[in-house]
Design a protein around this ligand. Structure first.
Ligand code: SF4
Length: 487
């Protein structure tokens, strides 16, 4: 009962399909503009917002520079407080650890707190292969799971659905997963939430094992922190006998006092609230509970080794960069082919998986206009445009073998012409003649009065399909300088 991103096409093909869905674009435009406005209002209330961003970035950089020490300290603190710590190099190891804990407790189902790390490793599908059903309990994740759908946003995974679609999913699919939706269910949000609450309650009360992630893991105290809006997380964290938390190794904060900074940055950046309704913290397990913590690498040490790209590991998954991105707003999250969509997905996926591995991953650093809006809103100052450009150069390097592409040939030719004074002079004269002819033939007039050509024949059409081709100036700068200098 959940989709998979495996086998998704590269971004351009997936984006083209998404762009043809007018309903999707309407849903996204409405949702992202609402969250954007809320975030802007609450961030504007904080005079020292820039200082908070700098502090957040500095704390995370400290973690990344001394990750080995912080991890060992976290392991010590967790163990002292009664939790069992497991280390997972990759997704397969992490899934196997969770499945074996569930099997040890004869559990054929687990309830889940919303968690990006468990989605990243495909935990639901892996547990299903062991005969264990994973129930999502976050409202949006429940909608995605019941709809056999894929998440399209970090914070609001069902952002691509409107409430009429959600009502249909509940009416058609809830019964197969447990308590059915009420007969007369309307699409009023309060009724939809009530139906989900009743449906989930029996799962909370029945499940022996819960699985969570963590927004933060405090090395000093061995405390895991989950920040949420609905309270479903707290039900999962406190009711079942066994709690397994899958935590990315970059989630560490060194000290308890560091939480102060992040509990100001995260809610304002994500949901546009001054403070989120539920912040759950636990050190070891809650009383009478068996607690396990799976510390997950899955490509994070690869990202850490990249001097430019490692800043992506500062990410606190607030999703502010998605909500301001003009590309995300038009294509939605599925086009990115990953549980991490939008600007952060465009850098995090290639950093975690490696560049040159597959076409889909290599297409992601190009899924951006480099407008810089993502950097402006990022609460931990990740310079996403800088990392995008850096990754693009890695993608180009990874594909250097084989015959050179047309663009590379054109660039080499231009370099050869520009590096010789005589060659440049001949090129300028040729361009001047071409400019005078094209200025007569060009039908389009660009701003400033310059003429432009429309569509060129192939292979020029590859360029001109989406752009005007301006006529070259009839006179070069150097020729003008010579002429005017004589006066
Ligand atoms: S990159 Fe920054 S803005 Fe985007 S999700 Fe991560 S922390 Fe939030």
């Amino acid at each position: 009962m959940s989709g998979t991103f495996v086998g998704m096409p590269a971004f351009p093909a997936a984006a083209r399909e998404a762009l043809s869905d007018a309903q999707l674009r309407r849903n996204l435009a409405h949702a992202t503009s609402t969250i954007r406005a809320k975030r802007a209002a609450v961030v504007g209330e904080v005079d020292e917002w820039e200082e908070l961003r700098l502090a957040g970035a500095a704390i995370k950089d400290n973690v990344l520079h001394h990750l080995d020490e912080h991890l060992l300290r976290l392991e010590r603190s967790l163990t002292e407080r009664g939790a069992t710590v497991h280390w997972a190099r990759d997704a397969a190891e992490a899934c196997e650890i969770v499945a074996s804990i569930a099997r040890q407790h004869d559990a054929d189902e687990v309830v889940k707190v919303k968690s990006m790390a468990t989605q990243e490793i495909g935990l639901n599908e892996a547990l299903a292969a062991h005969g264990i059903t994973a129930w999502e309990t976050d409202l949006a994740e429940l909608i995605v799971q019941l709809g056999d759908d894929l998440p399209s946003h970090i914070l609001v995974p069902a952002i691509h659905r409107n409430r009429a679609e959600i009502r249909e999913i509940f009416r058609e699919r809830m019964a197969a997963a447990g308590r059915p939706a009420p007969e007369n269910l309307s699409d009023v949000p309060r009724e939809l939430a009530a139906a989900a609450r009743l449906h989930l309650r029996e799962k909370f009360l029945r499940a022996k094992v819960a699985v969570s992630g963590a927004n933060f893991a405090i090395a000093e105290t061995g405390t895991l922190v989950v920040v949420e809006s609905e309270g479903n997380g707290r039900m999962c964290l406190t009711l079942p006998e066994v709690l397994v938390s899958v935590v990315g190794i970059e989630k560490i904060l060194p000290a308890w006092s560091d939480l102060d900074v992040f509990l100001q940055l995260l809610p304002r950046s994500s949901t546009g609230e001054r403070m989120n309704p539920y912040t759950s913290m636990w050190s070891g397990g809650t009383e009478g509970q068996e607690a396990h913590v799976v510390l997950l690498d899955n490509g994070r040490t690869r990202a850490l080794a990249d001097e430019v790209g490692r800043q992506a590991l500062r990410c606190i998954r607030c999703s502010a960069c998605l909500n301001v991105c003009p590309v995300y707003e038009r294509t939605g999250g599925h086009a990115y082919g990953s549980v991490y969509p939008g600007p952060i997905g465009a850098i995090l996926n290639p950093l975690l998986r490696g560049v040159g591995v597959d076409e889909q991953t290599d297409s992601l650093p190009y899924a951006s206009s480099l407008c810089g809006a993502c950097f402006e809103v990022c609460p931990v100052r990740i310079d996403i445009p800088e990392v995008l450009v850096h990754l693009r150069s890695q993608v180009v390097d990874a594909h250097r073998a084989g015959p050179p592409k047309g663009e590379a040939v054109a660039m080499k030719s231009a370099a050869w012409v520009l590096s010789g004074a005589r060659r440049l002079s001949w090129a300028e004269r040729g361009m001047g003649v071409a400019g005078r002819v094209l200025n007569r033939l060009g039908r389009k007039v660009m701003p400033g009065g310059r003429r432009a050509l429309g569509r060129l024949p192939w292979p020029g059409s590859l360029w001109s399909n989406a752009r005007d081709v301006p006529a070259p100036p009839a006179e070069s700068f150097r020729a003008r300088w010579r002429r005017e200098g004589r006066r």
